[in-house]
Design a protein around this ligand. Structure first.
Ligand code: UD1
Ligand code: MG
Length: 451
């Protein structure tokens, strides 16, 4: 049976104290909304509907960045979660299957949990995701008799006895989509908040003779974000979980707590990440790579056997072939370093293509920017770039070319040629000693004058 996702994301998020809608605040470099949308991919949804309201245009643009097929509907006034779900009805006209309601601010619902809910749907009309809360606070409470969920009561409307219940509502609900919309239509707003509560559908369903049950998950999965402090907790939890997953998949980290991953970081088996490494978005690292301490990577690909860092920076478009070495204080941007290239010290390689096994000497810089345009530097295979070479782009160096240290290369260098582009050295015999003597005498005079 096919599945549709309805992701609620209309709320303002007042406690974020932000001009940015809450669901666009980032965890591991991706908007919270993307985490929720990605979690939903576990059920292979046929349709995804995002309900936007506050700053809807921004939310819509972000949702479509993640999935161009997504449907975005507008809830102009935030009249409650039940009202929000009702806004998705037209978008799902003609859809026949299960609908799962997720919240855009609850980013960590796991694949196993969503699959367990779909499994429970086979025997129950309504499936609600619940959790045992260490501190149930203001969550809605789940009122069960045995396996049957009878009703959900919101904290504000609950009696003291009901508030003592620790089994809480996560907000995630699964039902046949036609059934869901019929039930939501029947929800009123006669309650403590004057809102249309999605949670009321359970009691309505029971009164109609439909069955409802609870699937339980770990409280950490239902972590919601309402403030910057909770955003930091969500970030912490994401990092902790993702590091653990990577280590379980064969990645070594001597100090995992100091490694910062992005939502989409991929690292292959038998790779090693040293302490204090930061991954921005869009990084893929193959097997048997060593990322040494204090390196920063974003939008980069590192192939098998390469060594990056310590203190290296890979920026977007950095593409490292196999067994490449990028050492300390080397920055690579929009550049392909083919197999076996070595750039070990103090270098900037931007907008460049560097052939296999070429050695880039310390202090080499591709002068790629003329103040208006960016230009490319192309270097062939097996070349040797002497230390402190300035490569003024656009410039091309052939296979096996060599540049003398300190050269400023402004013209192409043919294959196998040596380019020397610096002033010729002149030695003046005895002149150093003469200069030193003169300077020392001047200093001695000054010291005497001062005393
Ligand atoms: C809701 C549940 C509560 C549950 C809790 C879990 C209801 C009535 N209550 O309460 O049982 O324990 O979540 O976190 O459902 N939203 C809209 N439009 C609206 C209202 C809300 O899109 O009109 C979105 C919000 O942006 C948010 C989500 O729905 O993503 C939940 O809304 P929120 O106001 O946080 O509900 P809670 O009061 O926390
Ligand atoms: Mg909430």
């Amino acid at each position: 049976m096919s599945t549709a996702l309805i992701i609620l994301a209309a709320g303002k998020g007042t406690r974020m104290e932000s001009d940015l809608p809450k669901v666009l605040h980032r965890i591991a470099h991706a908007p919270m909304l993307w985490h929720a949308m990605r979690a939903g991919l576990a059920v292979d949804p046929e349709e995804t509907v995002v309900v936007a309201g506050h700053e809807a245009a921004q939310v819509e643009a972000s949702a479509k960045d993640f999935d161009p097929q997504v449907k975005v509907v507008i809830q102009a006034e935030q009249l409650g979660t039940g009202h929000a779900v009702a806004q998705a009805k037209n978008a799902l006209q003609g859809f026949d299957g299960n609908a799962i309601v997720l919240y855009g601010d609850t980013p960590f619902i796991s694949e196993d949990t969503l699959l367990a809910m779909l499994a429970a749907r086979k025997t129950h009309d309504i499936v609600v995701l619940g959790f045992e809360a260490a501190d149930p606070g203001r969550y809605g409470r789940l009122l069960c008799s045995g396996e049957t969920l009878e009703r959900i009561v919101e904290f504000k409307d609950a009696t003291d006895e009901e508030r003592a219940i620790t089994l809480c509502n996560s907000g995630v609900i699964c039902a046949d989509s036609t059934v869901l919309f019929n039930l939501v239509d029947a929800v009123g707003n006669d309650n403590a908040s004057g809102e249309y509560y999605l949670t009321d559908i359970v009691a309505i369903a029971r009164a109609r003779g439909l069955s409802a049950t609870v699937v339980r998950c770990d409280e950490r999965e239902t972590l919601g974000v309402n403030s910057r402090a909770e955003l930091a907790v969500a970030e912490w939890l994401f990092q902790k979980n993702r590091r653990a997953e990577l280590m379980a998949d064969g990645v070594s980290m001597a100090a995992p707590d100091t490694v910062y991953l992005a939502w989409d970081t991929v690292i292959g088996r038998d790779s090693e990440i040293e302490p204090n490494v930061v991954f921005g978005p869009g990084v893929t690292v193959e097997n048997e790579v060593r990322i040494r301490a204090f390196s920063h990577l974003e939008g980069a690909h590192v192939s098998r056997g390469s060594i990056v860092g310590p203190f290296a920076r890979l920026r977007p478009g950095a593409e490292l072939g196999e067994n490449v070495h990028v050492g300390n204080f080397v920055e690579v941007k929009n550049a392909v370093l083919h197999e076996g290239v070595k750039a070990n010290h103090l270098t900037y390689l931007g907008d460049a293509d560097i052939g296999a096994r070429t050695n880039i000497g310390a202090g080499t810089i591709t002068c790629n920017y003329d103040g208006v345009f960016k230009h490319r530097t192309v270097i062939g295979a097996d070349a040797f770039i002497g230390s402190d070479t300035m490569l003024v782009a656009p410039v091309t160096l052939g296979d096996g070319a060599m540049t003398a240290s300190g050269s400023t290369i402004t013209e192409d260098v043919p294959a196998a040629a040596l380019a020397v582009a610096r002033a010729r050295q002149e030695n003046k015999p005895g002149l150093a000693k003469k200069l030193f003597d003169m300077l020392k005498a001047r200093k001695a005079k000054m010291v005497k004058g001062a005393s």
